[in-house]
Design a protein around this ligand. Structure first.
Ligand SMILES: NC(=O)c1ccc[n+]([C@@H]2O[C@H](COP(=O)([O-])OP(=O)(O)OC[C@H]3O[C@@H](n4cnc5c(N)ncnc54)[C@H](O)[C@@H]3O)[C@@H](O)[C@H]2O)c1
Ligand SMILES: [Zn+2]
Ligand SMILES: [Zn+2]
Length: 361
């Protein structure tokens, strides 16, 4: 039996989102039905709406969510109705080559629900990142549900489902930031500012936040930035070098996803430093760098999918740090909104007014 719920759908390339009735089936084998309590608005949702990810419209947007399990499929163990969970978009398989080599964060065969949610007329929906949580209920693979301490609020917990985990993990897992390092973060939205918070937790000595918007830089200060640079007023590469005794940063995290900011990241790092690309580019973007500089500067150029996280390891740990007062996740919730406020939230995101708008359901 499918249930009718309300959900936010992106109907076609660049078109405004619509609040629609959607049909959600009972969980089959390996699946779970989750009553969504909160879902953050991530820039990747806007990328989907713009057709920047792929053309599989209509999309059911939303992927940064927490909620309560309502029902599970017949064979599902370790998860039961009533569990408080964060939804993750990389439920690792345990069997592919990456998993078998002990690198499950690169899993090539991550799971989503097998059944499709649909519009009322039966049109199948593509859930954003295999989640689709701007909806009262969503159907996911059971492995996409990670149990965490239910004393954390859903608004805060949901943030770990994407942007905050991606930024935090870009610093700690991908960039291996450690104590004493100098770190620069280019683009301080929800993702970049989570990288700032992660760098502080790891003991970085200098944390240089770069953005084109002073509000973002003020938030970055609050989360641990020791230096801030407005890229509209300063040359980023020169300013990062100046803040690091002329050297450049040990780790530079690019959290915008554009060739020009990537190039700044590339030249802002010290010799043998690390660049981490966590911002998501669009298919039309190209990079033109002298190959001799790629060689001559040494070090590592990495990208970070989901902060190279393991949800089962990282979500409960970050919630524990939050509950102990060591990670200020509340600072990321700029406002709470309802399901009919997504378009306005995209506009506020584009105007730089928020770190995260979080839909409460
Ligand atoms: N790798 C992953 O797993 C992952 C996960 C979530 C999001 N993302 C991506 O990370 C990026 C950031 O996401 P977000 O939700 O924080 O978005 P956001 O819009 O909140 O933040 C982007 C920030 O970049 C700043 N910016 C824009 N142009 C700039 C420039 N030229 N120089 C410096 N700063 C600039 C903006 O002012 C803004 O503060 C997006 O590309 C998103 O798709 C990646
Ligand atoms: Zn795998
Ligand atoms: Zn996201």
């Amino acid at each position: 039996m499918s249930q009718k719920v309300r959900g936010v759908v992106a109907p076609g390339k660049g078109a405004p989102v619509r609040l629609e009735t959607i049909l959600v089936g009972d969980p089959g084998p390996g699946e779970a039905l989750v009553r969504v309590q909160a879902c953050g608005v991530c820039h990747t949702d806007l990328h989907y709406r713009q057709g920047g990810i792929n053309d599989e419209f209509p999309f059911l947007l939303g992927h940064e969510a927490a909620g309560v399990v309502e029902a599970v499929g017949p064979d599902v163990r370790d998860l039961e109705p009533g569990d408080f969970v964060i939804l993750n978009w990389r439920a690792v398989c345990g069997r592919c080559r990456a998993c078998r080599r002990g690198r499950p964060w690169y899993c090539f065969d991550t799971h989503n629900a097998a059944q499709k949610m649909t519009l009322a007329d039966g049109t199948p929906l593509s859930p954003a990142l295999g989640i689709g949580a701007f909806a009262e209920k969503t159907l996911v693979a059971a492995g996409q549900c990670t149990k965490v301490d239910p004393t954390a609020s859903a608004a805060v917990a949901g943030l770990l489902g994407c942007g905050v985990m991606a930024g935090f993990g870009a610093a700690l897992n991908t960039g291996n930031v450690s104590r004493g390092d100098s770190v620069a973060v280019i683009g301080c939205g929800g993702v970049g500012n989570a990288a700032v918070a992660g760098a502080r937790l790891a003991g970085a000595a200098k944390i240089i936040a770069v953005d084109i918007d002073d509000r973002k830089l003020t938030w970055a200060r609050g989360l641990g930035a020791t230096h801030t640079i407005n890229a509209r007023r300063h040359d980023v590469v020169e300013a990062v070098r100046e803040a690091t005794g002329g050297f450049g940063a040990d780790v530079v995290i690019e959290a915008v996803g554009r060739p020009e900011t990537y190039e700044q990241a590339f030249y802002s790092r010290d010799l043998a430093g690390t660049v981490v690309l966590v911002g998501v580019p669009t298919p039309d973007m190209r990079l033109d760098l002298p190959l001799l500089d790629v060689f001559g500067r040494g070090g590592a150029l990495k990208s970070s999918w989901y902060g190279d996280c393991l949800p089962e390891r990282d979500f409960p740990m970050l919630i524990d740090l939050y509950l102990q007062g060591r990670l200020d996740l509340d600072a990321f919730v700029s406002e709470t909104i309802t399901l009919d406020g997504i378009e306005e939230a995209f506009a506020r995101m584009e105007r730089g007014e928020v770190l995260r708008s979080v839909v409460l359901l």
